[in-house]
Design a binder for this molecule. Structure first.
Ligand code: NAD
Length: 427
């Protein structure tokens, strides 16, 4: 039969992060078991994508419209799970890619979720707190047909936090006529949030960095670390490295790049960033050009901001021995090849930043059972899941001589496609 080969939203031109996700799937497809080959196409097609109009009234009475998205990439292994991003550059392509990476990530750490993601194309810095609340509530209402505690469970991502999750939970609960805590994770503790969730992604980034370093006989104590992004993920990762005796020598956020070869004072820097909304002018460090961030001498580099930050223009300048992907999709496939040729190990996003969704899974379980665990219990379980998953990936990468990203994708894709195959086709 003469079927169209590509869905309408895929063109030969670069279509952004989704194109990168497809390239990553293409690379591992031939490495998957023969029995799974007929199902690979599933990964190239998000299950469902919703674009919504989000109109809100500004404080000055004006009505403005924003575009919002929610995508279920794959739900073969369980309900959709993935964050909500508020950013002026969010596109459907980006949300599709982020949902695809969630599918792989959830399978890699073996939590019983599929992959989903959402976002609004908005610069939240331009909104007041009450405008942000109206935006969040209207968006939640518009995507309410797609979410639910056993359907799809959103969580925080860039520029969203526990407060935004509380508004989402409240809005969904009003529609249901009862309190549904399990509809989102990353909530405040007082609303069924989990201890340890705030730092979970950064903790996971650190655990995978430590495991990789130990395989490579690279000590953490005394090591130099460069981190892009000083938000939820970047800040917690930086703190964990310093607690283990490393020095954070460079930090870049949206406002600029600061360096100090003797080690930055993280607490002072965070205080300064919160008070001034910029790193520029922070004490005890030097402000350098953003481009110089990539060549800072270091052993670990942690991109923890946006996609495609490590690319063919800067990959040959990176000095680190290990790149640990705190962000989703921070390295382009071209940069991956350059780093591999230069012997730089990349711990891929689908394992490195999986700590957040792992503790989100704990939160969801705690909400269902209304029984809450101690922080020690949560951190210990997180450590075990992250280090076991990392070690399985490392072993496969050694045994089959493939980069860690390919090994992680082989493990993740196989789990997803096995579930898909055994479920069979409906109808
Ligand atoms: P955040 O909003 O808390 O922080 C983002 C940081 O990135 C800020 O410091 C911001 O200034 C910086 N940034 C933004 N644009 C930048 C630019 N152009 N150049 C340099 N820095 C820039 O977001 P977050 O939750 O820390 O998320 C960061 C990344 O981690 C994203 O890719 C996200 O998808 C991923 N991630 C987050 C979680 C989580 O639990 N929050 C979990 C897994 C993955």
């Amino acid at each position: 039969m003469n079927l169209p080969l590509l869905p309408s939203y895929i063109s030969k031109e670069n279509i952004g992060p989704w194109h990168i996700f497809l390239q990553q799937v293409e690379q591992v497809a031939p490495l998957l078991d023969k029995s799974l080959q007929p199902w690979v196409e599933t990964l190239r097609r998000p299950k469902r994508s919703l674009i919504v109009d989000v109109p809100i009234r500004l404080d000055n009475g004006e009505i403005v419209h924003f575009e919002g998205y929610r995508v279920h990439h794959n739900t073969s292994r369980g309900p959709g799970k993935g964050g909500v991003r508020f950013h002026q550059d969010v596109t459907l392509s980006e949300v599709m890619a982020l949902s695809g990476w969630m599918t792989i990530k959830n399978a890699v750490v073996n939590v019983p979720f599929g992959g989903a993601k959402g976002g609004i194309r908005v610069d939240p810095r331009l909104l007041s707190q009450s405008e942000l609340e109206r935006l969040t509530r209207r968006y939640t209402s518009e995507i309410s047909s797609m979410i639910g505690p056993d359907k799809d469970i959103p969580a925080p991502d860039m520029n969203t936090n526990a407060q935004v999750m509380a508004w989402m939970m409240d809005t969904y609960s009003m529609g249901e006529g009862r309190t549904v805590t399990g509809v989102v994770t990353g909530k405040p503790l007082s609303l069924g949030g989990s201890l340890g969730r705030q730092d979970a992604t950064g903790r996971g980034v650190f655990v995978t960095a430590r495991e990789a370093a130990s395989k490579m006989n690279l000590p953490i104590a005394g090591a130099r670390v460069a981190i892009q992004g000083f938000g939820n993920v970047g800040e917690a990762t930086a703190r964990m490295f310093v607690q283990a005796g490393a020095r954070v020598v460079a930090i870049q956020d949206v406002s600029g790049t600061v360096v100090n070869a003797a080690g930055l004072d993280l607490a002072a820097l965070k205080r300064y960033q919160l008070e001034n909304r910029t790193l520029s002018g922070a004490p005890d460090c030097e402000l350098v050009a953003n481009e110089d961030f990539w060549s800072v001498p270091c052993e670990f580099m942690v991109p923890a901001a946006l996609e495609s930050q490590i690319n063919r223009f800067n990959a040959d300048r990176i000095t680190a021995r290990i790149v640990v992907e705190g962000a989703n999709g921070p390295t382009t496939p071209e940069a991956d090849s350059i780093l591999a040729e230069r012997g730089i190990v990349v711990v891929p996003d689908v394992i490195a930043n999986a700590g957040g969704v792992t503790v989100s899974y704990f939160e969801w379980v705690q909400d269902f059972s209304n029984f809450f665990w101690s922080e020690e219990e949560i951190n210990a379980r997180l450590e075990r899941i992250m280090s076991d998953a990392f070690n399985a990936i490392w072993q496969m990468s050694q045994a089959r001589s493939m980069p860690l990203r390919s090994a992680a994708f082989v493990i993740g894709c196989s789990r997803v496609l096995e579930a898909r195959a055994i479920r069979g086709l409906y109808p």
